[in-house]
Design a protein. Sequence first.
Length: 339
Amino acid sequence: MDISAQGHHPMKIRRQDSHVVWPENFGRRFLVSVDTEEEFDWDGPFQREGHTTVSVPELQAFQQFSESLGFKPVYFIDYAIVQDDRAVAFLRTVAEKKSAEIGVHLHPWINPPFEEQVNVHNSFAGNLPKELEEQKLVTLRDAIRDRIGITPVIFRAGRYGIGPHTTGLLVKHGFVLDSSIRPRFDYSGQGGPDFLAVGPEPFWWTEGDDKLLEVPLTTVYSGLLRKQAGVVAGFMEKYPLVNAVCSRSKMLERIPLTPEGISARETKEAIDVALDDDLRLLVFSFHSPSLSPGHTPYVRTQEDLDGFYGWWREVIAHLEARGVKPVDTGELVKAASGE
């Protein structure tokens, strides 16, 4: 992996080690992941205190919905969630039933030990000193083990904030899969990682003699200029006017697979583009506070929440029509490893 670290910018991925070669019988699959976390003011400063977990009871409704549509969600949970007794009871149940998967989601500003200043730069865990990033990771992993009864081996950094030490720490502590990369997005303006040059294809990180499976969230480009996206995207990121012109003219649109801010029509278009490009794995994501109105910019009202669930019905039906089947992370790791 070619990583450059400049100043306080933790990493810029320029190329990937080795893309996964899926076995022929893997087919085309999809994974639904949930960043399972506290509610907070999306426009306010980061704070250690003052957050809530009122959307936790809605996890059960989404779980029942998922089971009715035949897919197994992945709940990447953070420290606030593992301290919530209602969340723990729910997560213990789904873990025992194997009807969902549980991973680690590190929000450093609420995750002990608390040694760093709370600010935007330090909200990306990969910007922390290696020892502190490791202590926070292990604290959360162990809390999940002790409270829920499973030792998680899959990880997603909060704010997609991996850094130059993250993958080595994951391998050291027995993790087998990371899903922290959001392709086609650049967070370096806030001191975070730059993923503009990364595609959505899963690949292997190499750490000495060990490997870690990277399963990026899926983002695709659609439009007449999508084959030139590598050149145009940098200008879109740097100049909002260029981004607006490209998007409104449909010349080039960046579409992440999420119900948050992306319509079902756009999502189905992105799915078709991804399948046309022979992408074999589609990874969807959203934030758990969107399950309760008023806690994210995407679900403000009950009508929005009804639309959220309608989005999933429409998108899952489209996946079924295109022959894309659900998968869990255990199957992913086995298939990627050629087992």
